[in-house]
Design a protein around this ligand. Sequence first.
Ligand code: PMP
Length: 391
Amino acid sequence: MNLSQRLTTLTGGGSDGWDVFIKARKMIAEGTPVTELTIGEHDIRTAAPILQDMHASAMSGHTGYAMVPGTDTLRDAVAARTEARTGVPTSRDNVLITPGGQSALFAAHAAACDPGDVALYLDPYYATYPGTLRGVSAVPRAIITRAEDAFQPRASDIAAACDGATSLLINSPNNPTGTVYSHDTMTGIAGVCQEHDLWLISDEVYDSQVWDGTHLSPRALPDMAKRTLVVGSMSKSHAMTGSRCGWLIGPEDVIAHLITFATHTTYGVPGFIQDASVFALVQGPDFEDEIAAPFRRRRAIAHRVLAGQNTVGLIPAQGAMYLMLDVRATGLSGDDFANALLDTHHIAVMPGESFGAAAAGHVRVAMTIDDSAFEDALRTVCSFAESRTAA
Ligand code: PMP
């Protein structure tokens, strides 16, 4: 039997960049201790009071089909969080609750793109992006951002890539680079979207993790709310990655269509997960700061460690739970560096190349182990880089 092209070509062929991750997992399974700095998951688990609320909700019977758009209380809570953070008037009719931000990314592109339409995204990028765009039969087109610009996109590069495009996907704070787009960058992006009549899909799942600068949601820029679809999630802000609860914010008519789409795809998110998400959101921004605090601390540790050497460059880590390290001085590709580091020191980092051509010669370090182990690992990364540079 033939499978659809949509499925068989989803990852675009070739390596999907997860080789180092898979090798590290294999070493761990075979009993070799590995310092794991690959994936973006907190080293804490979901807080006990959230789980207790989830349990109470399930025990009280919220285990049947939930409302497909999301419960009124969760949609209201997400709308209130959005309005408080961005100042843009937002009601439950602007909100679709989805099984995680990933599903919201898919729904947003289903809304914006017909088969064959070009869907723009920025390189380096979160690993699932091109596959998600192919998943709606759009044609992904990457736009390079540059290490020398600290990976802030240039509006002129986006404008030059617009032919045939209907959407542009951006992500700030950014995975993998840690870049937070400046006001100028965002207004430049908004200008291109207006000029070329693009949907702007803004992945803001790291909006609670900003160390430097200010997160600006482009939906708040003049005249942008009508063409902007914002992806959000409980995963990163509330350490609820496994709960699979996220959202899409957009104009009411788009959300109304996407509720129909959700009826035919996900059929919603479990009620007890939604109730626990309301409980978590009601804890307010202080709780979100508490979840983000370890990454803020480790980013300060990284600044201190990296200041003591000249071999490894640090892309300004303004947000999110990652550091992008420039290892080009070693003469190694990110891939070779990550493989050699794993082989010799049993430290697993992601090769920059896993996130696109623009991150070649870099590695991404997730700040997801305890502070002292993190500091030790970074020191080892630096001394390893120095040894390879001297060689
Ligand atoms: N966007 C970005 C940039 C991410 O890094 C992730 C998860 N790593 C997601 C979206 C999806 O997150 P989730 O589906 O857990 O909300």
